[in-house]
Design a protein around this ligand. Structure first.
Ligand code: AHG
Ligand code: MN
Ligand code: MN
Ligand code: MN
Length: 330
C-alpha cells in the first residue's frame, strides 16, 4: 500500500454487495434496486443544482393530495423517481407524496418503494438543503403487488433512508443492520462510504420544532418545550435549531444528537408529516442508530397505516431526549 491516495474506495454498490453476503438467500435483486435508487438520487441532485440556471424554481401550478402546492422540482423529482423504479424491473408498487394513488407496475418485481421525492420543497427557492426520503418493503408472499403491500408497519420495511442535497449529496441508509452514510463524488459519479456505522449521541441539548405552532399545541406539549427553555433545575437552556426541511433537521439530529418534533396540534390532530414516506424511514434510521421515534405516545414503527398519505405526529432523536419528552407528555 503506497498510502499516497485512497486506493480501496468503498462505493455504495460494493457496500451493498458485502451486506448482501450477510443476508442468507438474498439475491442480487436488492443491489439492482439500490442501483436504480442511486441513479434517481444522482439525477435529482443534478436537476436541483442547475434549477436556478434553467428556471426550474417556483411553483408548478398544481397541488398534491396532501394539499401541498407542488414546486416544479417536486414534479420533476417525482417523475425521475417513478421512471427509475419502473426501469429497475424490480418494483411492483410505488407510493409517492406527489401521486394521489399507488403506482402499480407489471412484471415480477419483488419490492415496493414509498417516497417523498423532494422533502423541504417550500425551502427550495431559498437554497436551503432539501432531500429525497424513501422506504422499501418486500412484496408479501403470494401478493401480486397491491396497496396492501405498503399499508404495513415500519417494522416490516427492509430498508430506508434519505439523500440530502446540500453542499454535497449525502445518502444515509439502513438495511436493518445499522446506519451508513455515503457522499456523492461527482467526478466518479459514485456514492462513497464516508460515515460508516452512524450512531446518534444519547443526549444533546438541542430541540427542533416549529414554535410558530405553539398556540395550537396541547398543554403537555407546550409544558415540555417550556421546560427546555426555562429549566427548573438551573441547568443551561436548550439550543433551538429548526431548518424546516425534515431531511436537514433529521440529518443534524442524527449527527449532533438532540430531538426533532412535529407534534399534533389543534389545527391538525395527526400533525403534518406523512407516516409512510417521512415518519417510518426516519424512525427506522433513528432506531438503527440507537435513537428513538414515537408518535408522542407509542413506538412509531409499530403503527399500521390505513391510507397511503396518512399523517402522524413525529417525535424522534436521541434516546435520552425522547425518553424525557415522552415522560413530559404522559
Ligand atoms: P415536503 O416538502 O415533502 O412537503 O415536506 C415538508 C415538511 C418537512 O420537510 C418539514 O419538516 C415540514 O414540512 C416543515 O413544516 P412547517 O413549515 O409547517 O414547519
Ligand atoms: Mn410537499
Ligand atoms: Mn416531506
Ligand atoms: Mn415532498
Amino acid at each position: 500500500m503506497s498510502g499516497l491516495v485512497e486506493t480501496d474506495i468503498v462505493t455504495l454498490s460494493r457496500f451493498i454487495l458485502a451486506e448482501q453476503s450477510k443476508v442468507p438467500g438474498a439475491s442480487g435483486e436488492f443491489t439492482l434496486l439500490l442501483n436504480s435508487l442511486q441513479f434517481a438520487f444522482k439525477s435529482i441532485a443534478y436537476n436541483i443544482r442547475r434549477a436556478t440556471l434553467i428556471n426550474l424554481m417556483g411553483l408548478a401550478g398544481a397541488s398534491n393530495s396532501t394539499g401541498d402546492d407542488q414546486k416544479k422540482l417536486d414534479v420533476i423529482g417525482d417523475e425521475i423517481f417513478i421512471n427509475a423504479m419502473r426501469a429497475s424491473k424490480n418494483v411492483k408498487v410505488v407510493v409517492s407524496e406527489e401521486q394521489e394513488d399507488p403506482i402499480l407496475f407489471s412484471g415480477n418485481g419483488r419490492y415496493c418503494v414509498v417516497c417523498d421525492p423532494i422533502d423541504g420543497s417550500s425551502n427550495l427557492d431559498a437554497g436551503v438543503s432539501v432531500g429525497t426520503i424513501f422506504g422499501i418493503y418486500r412484496v408479501k408472499e403470494g401478493s401480486e403487488g397491491t396497496v396492501d403491500d405498503v399499508l404495513r408497519p415500519g417494522t416490516e420495511m427492509v430498508a430506508a433512508g434519505y439523500t440530502m442535497y446540500g453542499a454535497s449529496a449525502n445518502l444515509v441508509l439502513t438495511t436493518g443492520s445499522g446506519v451508513n452514510g455515503f457522499t456523492l463524488d461527482n467526478s466518479l459519479g459514485e456514492f462513497i462510504l464516508t460515515h460508516p456505522n452512524m450512531k446518534i449521541p444519547n443526549k444533546r441539548s438541542i430541540y427542533s420544532v416549529n414554535e410558530g405552532n405553539s398556540q395550537y399545541w396541547d398543554e403537555k406539549t407546550r409544558g415540555y418545550f417550556e421546560s427546555l427553555k426555562f429549566p427548573k433545575d438551573g441547568s443551561k437552556p436548550y439550543s433551538a435549531r429548526y431548518i424546516g426541511s425534515m431531511v436537514a433537521d433529521v440529518h443534524r439530529t442524527l449527527l449532533y444528537g438532540g430531538m426533532f418534533a412535529y407534534p399534533a396540534d389543534s389545527k391538525s390532530k395527526n400533525g403534518k408529516l406523512r407516516i409512510l414516506y417521512e415518519g417510518f424511514p426516519m424512525a427506522f434510521l433513528m432506531e438503527q442508530a440507537g435513537g428513538l421515534a414515537t408518535d408522542g405516545k407509542r413506538r412509531m414503527m409499530e403503527i399500521v397505516p390505513t391510507t397511503i398519505h396518512q399523517r402522524t405526529p413525529v417525535w424522534l432523536g436521541s434516546k435520552g431526549e425522547i425518553e424525557k419528552a415522552m415522560e413530559a407528555l404522559k
